[in-house]
Design a protein around this ligand. Sequence first.
Ligand code: FES
Length: 113
Amino acid sequence: MPQQPVFLCHQHQLEEGQARGFDPWGEGRDSVIAMIWQGQVRVYANLCPHFGVTMQFRKDRFMSGDGAHIVCFAHGALFDPDDGACVLGPCLGQALTALAVTTDEASGLWLSA
Ligand code: FES
């Protein structure tokens, strides 16, 4: 049975270069990371490919100090915000799982089923 798209947020809630966590399925944890990167919406599962754990240091703290990468605070892996590829750390060669989103006429972002 196909699942329905799930509302994530409005695009205006996202800022360029600032990853935020969301809980679109009401699990009590931020299971999704979303941000604007170079003008494009980027959405990933909040799951490090190294050990399958959530990555934030604390709420909405996903970026490296220089703002250039998404970082997993467990062991310091760095990910390219553009495509989620690990560029440094123990999961080199792996990547964050990109999630497909659609945008409605009111700039609402929906996770595809
Ligand atoms: S769990 Fe993310 S780098 Fe190890």
